[in-house]
Design a protein. Sequence first.
Length: 406
Amino acid sequence: MNIVVGVTGGIAAYKTVQIVRLFVKAGHEVHVIPTADALRFVGLPTWEAISRNPVTTSVHDDVAKVRHVALGQNADLVIVAPATANTIAKMTAGLADDLLGTTLLATSAPVMIAPAMHTEMWLHASTQANIRTLSERGVHIVGPASGELTGGDSGPGRLVEPEDIVAAALRLLAPGDLAGLNVAISAGGTREPIDPVRFLGNRSSGRQGVALALEAADRGAEVLLVSAHIGADVLGEASTHPRVRVEPVSTAIELGAAMTDASRTADIVVMAAAVADYRPATASPTKLTKEGGPLRQIALVENDDVVAGLAAARANGAAPDGQVIVAFAAETSTSPQERRERARRKRASKGVDLLAVNLADAEHGFEVADNAVEIIGEGGEVVGEAAGPKRVVAAAIVDAIAALRG
């Protein structure tokens, strides 16, 4: 997506650096338009370095490309953050005395503003009237939050946190192609108890599954996220998203039961969780200690293959018509061809529609922010691929699902 970020002259401009960084990291093209006053808080080199695009405040630069209107015409979304009281007033009046003003008038894309100012300025009748007018015109308002302000003041007027602004923008940009669908997603890593303090587990953080849940929800789906040991910091927005319901589980058996139940009504099933292949045959009710002798062996039994079971149940009619099932496979082979061949065999043996094979190394996969996947479809062809932040990967997977559903 082509996102224009307007930055105005408030102390909160330093937070907009993180907003731009998050958009760029998510794979979007970002153009920053600071006002002259904004550059008194954050300099032009910073904006160019973070956005990876040239930055100017003047309508007289790059005249041959008609930059003063082209930025707005080509935008998929325009965000103004922070939006000062002065900028909000100028937007309401339709003033175009700088590059940001002309861009806002030239765009037909959605416009979002994140107000930031002192409480008295926010509550002033003029500002409130301007906000109402902009809202009536279709401008999306994010915030402000209430909290500590500059100068020791506190109250409404604080800029909403960058992560929340970006999340709101991504919801606005989402295509809505999953509206009305029920989606069940498993995420995280199961733990199989050895005794009350030990377990067999894996390194999955659940980030990719959470990213998939948010992507599906932002595109209109009602999502059940079956969460196996996912930290609150990773769940983040998913724990409060209006279209995401989180169901915690612990073991492979519990996860299998939850997903089996959900699959009976789910239009889309995604098994992103790392499910233990084996569990201890028995779990000691008390802690095993060296005093009882060294623990040299743990008898293991194999867990059921959850996703293969879901595909078999679908084949027997225990699922909605047209249900799509997606599986994941983490591979450590450095050979892309070998990973693809293993993924093709797994997709066929499990009976799923799509299989996302992801590279698991120090920079991708478990416990890191980035991932790299190839999506294998019917016939073994690669129907999609993505690398980068897990939300970018999630979007590619959901695109493949939507394409399969037609």
